[in-house]
Design a protein around this ligand. Sequence first.
Ligand code: AMP
Ligand code: ZN
Ligand code: FE
Ligand code: FE
Length: 294
Amino acid sequence: MFADLHLHSSFSDGTYSPEELAGYAARYGLGVVALTDHDSVEGCERMAAACLRRGVEFVPGTELTAELDGHELHLLGYYVDTRHPCLLHALAKFQEVRQNRIREMVGRLNRLNVPLAAEAVFALANCRAPGRPHVARALVQGGFCTNLDEAFERYLKKRRPAWVPKFKMSALEAVDLIHHAGGVAVLAHPGLNCVDDLIPDLVAAGMDGVECFHTKHSTATTEHYLLVAEQYGLLVTGGSDCHGMSKGKPLIGTIRLPCDYLPPLKARRCLRQAGLPQAAPAFAPAEPALIVFQ
Ligand code: AMP
Ligand code: ZN
Ligand code: FE
Ligand code: FE
């Protein structure tokens, strides 16, 4: 039995719906999958139901955008309570900032004489956590670029003219938030972020694991992080980071994590849920902002 613990749906910048992801998981013989949308848990309920129908085990999750010492890093939160008010409050803030960032990027494009409308991006994204891939798709759809690569190269990549930096939560706060919502905090694709020097601080903050297996990790990178995990006593996870099709086929299932890695993750979940603080939460609960597009 195999797992793929890093998937994006149309609730962030993935192109498949939760139901389509569950369908592919069953077709590719995956026993366990996790949904890890950027700064969102909105797709988890639908994905849980779809996985149940398909006989696939589902792990609810999210991928939080965070920073430490000026470096961007992504933290996966597995088994978070997707209705936890503090988590929903924090995600609503992320989402509001993401929407404002889209308006800012579109403003920059307009000043570059690219007459793209923010509404076109929001209509295409149709989710609360829009990002650069949606702007790129809208640029292609509007005939302003011929493909997504061109959109990133010309406008959206870091330091290109329409790039706008993204709000990031402190990584230490993100670890706390994941724990507070009963989840397990795992450093996503460390090989892509050059964050090795930060690992001791993250471990000290209680980070639980590291994503050793990832589509963009070479064998050497994976082996390196397996050693790091052993050195710090961290859990090991892995996933494809599927956003849809890649090179003509769905990326889901291209990382096949042996299910032997699941019991330690579940044991940590029990530990985290048993250890939930009884005191007042660090993140004041409030109604998440409801922003409806179109
Ligand atoms: P954002 O969260 O809005 O900054 O967008 C980040 C997402 O954009 C990543 O998860 C990738 O899916 C995608 N992305 C980043 N750089 C590129 C690129 N050069 N080409 C295509 N997609 C990219
Ligand atoms: Zn993404
Ligand atoms: Fe990521
Ligand atoms: Fe991801």
